[in-house]
Design a binder for this molecule. Structure first.
Ligand code: 2HG
Ligand code: ZN
Length: 470
């Protein structure tokens, strides 16, 4: 690495005062991850105004041999977007690149820049009479670039797939500073290797996503949301199966929550209104753009039968948009509530949907055997098999002592997940937290191919070093 002060003065000339932060008080928030697992340090945050500036900035960094850490809303659960502690990596923030370049309600596409928050993108799509069918708990802060770089999933995967499934085109600044304009909005385009899908999910280790063309969907005209107390995790699965048999095309979300997580939300989140206490909850959302689809009738019919058979113990159906949002708040505030409760170890895992109840049962037993008193807080996207199988510190164990056992806990969960043909990371990615797991889960030909791709596209190893690959 060469003289960083020389690079900083070049960047300052290129980007101007708004485009470069160097004061420690300004850079500090960019150097720490949302979970506060890692305290990083950076000499500067680069904040380009547009793609051309960003590309020039990357070229200067490459010439100086200085690494960059692309960062969107900094909401990563695996510290995928924060620099290490050596004070040598520059953070590359996309947050000034917030243009919505185009929306086409006939083609059902939107072309947007990486720094637009997911919420702002959803709102823009809605104003154009469309739906951007991707929803995650951090959508108010998370930015499109990060959402794509991590292939975020979230609440609507069961219906619309992951972020990857919504991408038609990308604009990327490659690791050498060249701009690749792949902002095509075609539904068919078989012209060689599918480069855009290589960048989606690469977590900023191959290049920087600066803009994207996303698929939109017709805006639903009917939406129904119900929160149910269910008898068990098996009952939640049975309920999901029944909705699937009834009208699979209508399900837009099917989420699971435990009594433990809901109690944290009730305790820590102002305005949270939990309608009934239960050990297991299911949240079902049905939505459709079809006219007169009578979703409400179908919902009530399935729930009534399930109540008759004591699969569902209690249920509320939202009667207004405000009630719909307040039910969703109970689910979406789980991460925040868990953070406020104390130290937690997260396991963002996936298994085949049919095996979710077994996953929960086995992890509950193994967890108690490993650390007695550890509180299991499972919740998540049951309809696609992705459970956040999190554990909270025992009430009588200091947080630091508990966090020192994080690998033991993650490995305990990992063993069960492996046995159930699942994955150690469902939607949060690998980041800085989980590269050590890659050899045992993705070793051999798969990891070797990934390493060759990394070496080919980022030969100097300056794109988000230390993330994803061990
Ligand atoms: C969610 O589904 C997020 O709310 C966060 O993916 C999950 O906090 C977590 O473990
Ligand atoms: Zn999630």
């Amino acid at each position: 690495m060469t003289d960083i002060s020389n690079l900083l003065s070049q960047l300052s000339t290129l980007l101007g005062p708004r485009g470069l932060l160097t004061e420690a008080s300004d850079t500090a928030p960019y150097a720490e991850d949302w979970r506060k697992l890692y305290q990083g340090s950076t000499p500067a945050v680069i904040r380009p105004a547009d793609t051309a500036e960003l590309a020039e900035a990357v070229k200067l960094c490459v010439a100086a041999g200085v690494a960059v850490v692309p960062q969107g809303g900094n909401t990563s659960m695996v510290a995928g977007a924060t620099p290490d502690a050596n004070n040598t990596q520059l953070v590359l923030s996309l947050s000034r690149m917030t243009k919505i370049r185009a929306i086409d309600a006939v083609d059902l596409t939107m072309t947007i820049e990486a720094g637009v928050t997911l919420k702002a993108a959803q709102n823009a799509a809605a104003e154009a009479g469309c739906l951007l069918p991707l929803s995650i708990s951090s959508e108010g802060t998370a930015q499109i670039g990060g959402v794509l770089a991590t292939n975020a999933g979230g609440n609507n995967t069961v219906r619309y797939g992951n972020a990857r499934d919504l991408v038609l085109g990308l604009e990327v600044v490659m690791a050498d500073g060249e701009i690749w304009n792949g902002l095509r909005r075609l539904r068919k385009d078989n012209t060689g290797y599918c480069l855009r899908q290589l960048f989606v999910g690469s977590e900023g280790t191959l290049g920087v996503i600066t803009a994207a063309v996303l698929k939109l969907a017709p805006r639903p005209t009917e939406i129904e949301v119900a929160l149910c107390a269910v008898a068990s995790a098996e009952a939640a699965l049975e309920l999901f199966t029944r909705f699937n048999r009834h009208d699979p095309a209508a399900i837009s979300a099917f989420e699971y929550m435990s009594g433990a997580g809901m109690a944290f939300v009730a305790k820590h989140i102002p305005g949270a209104n939990v309608p009934f206490k239960a050990a297991h909850y299911a949240l079902i959302e049905l939505a459709t753009p079809r006219r007169n689809a009578r979703l409400r009738e179908g919902l009530e019919e399935v729930l009534a039968a399930a109540m008759e058979e004591e699969i569902v113990i209690d249920a509320v159906i939202a009667e207004s948009e405000a009630q719909r949002l307040s039910i969703w708040k109970l689910r979406e505030e789980h991460a925040e509530a868990q953070k406020r409760e104390g130290a937690s170890v997260k396991n963002d895992v996936s298994v085949p949907v049919s095996r979710v109840p077994e996953l929960l049962a086995r992890a509950a037993v193994a967890g108690q055997n490993l650390i007695p008193g550890m509180r299991m807080v499972p919740f998540g996207h049951m309809g696609d098999g992705n459970i956040h199988l999190n554990f909270e510190q025992p009430l009588d164990m200091p947080g630091a002592e508990f966090l020192a056992r994080d690998h033991d806990i993650m490995d305990m969960v990992g063993e069960i997940v492996r046995d159930l043909d699942g994955s150690f990371s469902a939607e949060h990615g690998v980041g800085r937290l989980k590269p050590y797991m890659m050899p045992s889960w993705r070793g051999g030909a798969e990891l070797a191919a990934m390493q060759r791709i990394k070496a080919a596209l980022d030969p100097c190893g300056l794109m988000n070093p230390g993330k994803v690959l061990p």
